[in-house]
Design a protein around this ligand. Structure first.
Ligand code: FHN
Length: 458
């Protein structure tokens, strides 16, 4: 009997130990949203060249703006819950399009939006050119269901923002809803409920290829030929697109604008970089990647949502993402009259104040081999004959001693980035200790610049 108990205990211990082990690499699910590895159509060096600015930029603005913003995702007094309100309330297209008759954002100023992004330390911006409602927020010759033709505003915000971004030195990109378009009768989507089943109930009649030829390709061509350099084509919801169609789109984009990067939501594991949504992947991804995240709880402007993430969370997310080789695409949802909500502007201003002092430790950095740092994160720049490690200290040690475990390199210097104060270091048993002043320069995260000889050896 004892032997049986021993064997059972052994099995139990090993299985528990196994559960504590690093999770096995996830199996590719075939779902373009979740697969870890991207399939490349171009040689790696060509992709790397295209991606250079992106990895250096690290921080961008996402903008969700469309008819749903007119009344804060509400319709005739009903709560539409989000930018999906047309689907949530099953609003017939003939009714939903009437919102366009009132859409006249007289407070919209492209230069103002770009300045807000620039002052936050953002280096690129991506706006919804067409979201799931199928309404083009640009002058589309191939679909009259667009902001220039159908609204009293009668202006092209994509044109105005592209021009303003270029003038202020930011890169500009566009979001395009690929697999969901509630205006077009031919768009089926996975499990049907994500397509327009209220105006077009018969899913069996829907032919994605017709929509792809009639609307998607012409509009992608318009976006890439009407507005000058487009740095990112940010596709979304690639349900039901075939591998051949995803490939055709990527080749179309890179034929019209070779430097334009395409995210993985072009579908079928293709694309130049990966996307995480509302989350920061534990170990990052092997490919270049970006986390997109809302500032409150909604992508589009939702009346009454004042649940803004604290500035500390935003800054530490940016640092955490950069420490894993990722980019942070932080979203704003402007109102129907063209204003970025005050709660967003306030926090972006505060993030910008931190970036003004510490941006050097984010832009152009890569992840750092120092992992699992209890007090914060680390980013890195390679220098001739060595490296600069940026130590982002969230929790300032009370005893004035910052411990960096297992860094074997010899130290050239250690300084506070804010103010340049030199810091004393000492090495013992393969660990490095940095003596710190009593008060941290920044309560959110203080940066120490640690210059070491040779590539970091952990
Ligand atoms: O359904 C959309 C949603 O409205 C929003 O645009 C996000 C942004 O990444 N993408 C889809 C949800 O994954």
């Amino acid at each position: 009997m004892n032997r049986i108990i021993r064997v059972c205990l052994a099995v139990l211990v090993f299985s528990l130990f196994g559960m504590c082990q690093a999770a096995p690499a996830p199996v590719d699910t075939g779902d373009p949203h979740t697969d870890r590895s991207l399939i490349r159509l171009d040689p790696p060096e060509q992709v790397a060249k295209r991606m250079e600015w992106f990895s250096d930029a690290r921080f961008g603005m996402f903008i969700h703006w469309g008819l749903y913003a007119q009344n804060g995702c509400h319709w005739r007094g009903q709560d539409g819950k989000s930018e999906h309100m047309m689907r949530h309330l099953q609003i017939p297209l003939r009714e939903y399009e009437k919102i366009a008759d009132e859409f006249d954002p007289e407070k919209f100023k492209a230069d103002e939006w770009v300045r807000i992004a620039k002052d936050a330390g953002m280096k690129y911006m991506i706006i919804t050119a067409k979201h799931h409602d199928g309404f083009a927020m640009f002058n589309s010759k191939s679909s009259s269901y667009n902001v220039v033709v159908r609204t009293p505003f009668a202006r092209d915000p994509i044109q105005e923002l592209a021009d303003a971004a270029r003038k202020q030195g930011l890169r500009f990109g566009v979001y395009y809803s690929l697999g969901r378009d509630w205006e077009d009768p031919d768009v089926p989507t996975r499990d049907g409920y994500r397509s327009n089943t209220w105006d077009y109930p018969d899913e069996s009649k829907k032919d994605f290829a017709k929509y792809f030829e009639r609307k998607v390709k012409p509009q992608i061509k318009e976006l890439l030929t009407q507005y000058g350099p487009i740095s990112v084509l940010w596709f979304d919801t690639p349900e039901k697109i075939s591998r051949a169609q995803s490939e055709e789109l990527i080749r179309l984009v890179h034929t019209l604008q070779p430097d334009c990067i395409v995210n993985q939501r072009v579908g079928n594991r293709l694309g130049d970089y990966r996307v995480a949504e509302q989350s920061i992947p534990e170990g990052g991804y092997p490919d270049p990647w970006e986390t997109c995240m809302t500032l409150n709880k909604h992508w589009g402007y939702y009346e009454g949502d004042e649940n803004w993430k604290p500035t500390e969370t935003l800054v530490r997310n940016l640092i955490d993402i950069a420490s894993k080789n990722g980019n942070f695409l932080l979203n704003v949802g402007p109102t129907g009259d063209g204003v970025i909500p005050a709660g967003s502007v306030e926090r972006l201003k505060e993030v910008g104040l931190w970036m003004k002092v510490n941006g050097e430790a984010i832009y152009g950095t890569t992840g750092c081999p120092l992992k699992g740092l209890a007090w914060g994160r680390c980013t890195k720049k390679t220098t001739p004959g060595g490296a600069t490690l940026y130590l982002h200290v969230f929790d300032w040690p009370k005893n004035g001693k910052l411990l960096i475990p297992a860094l074997k390199n010899s130290v050239e210097s250690a300084t506070l980035l804010a103010g340049g104060v030199k810091l004393k270091t000492s090495a013992k048993d393969g660990a490095l200790t940095i003596a710190l002043p009593a008060t941290p320069p920044d309560k959110i995260s203080s940066t120490i610049v640690l210059k070491v000889k040779g590539a970091p050896v952990i």
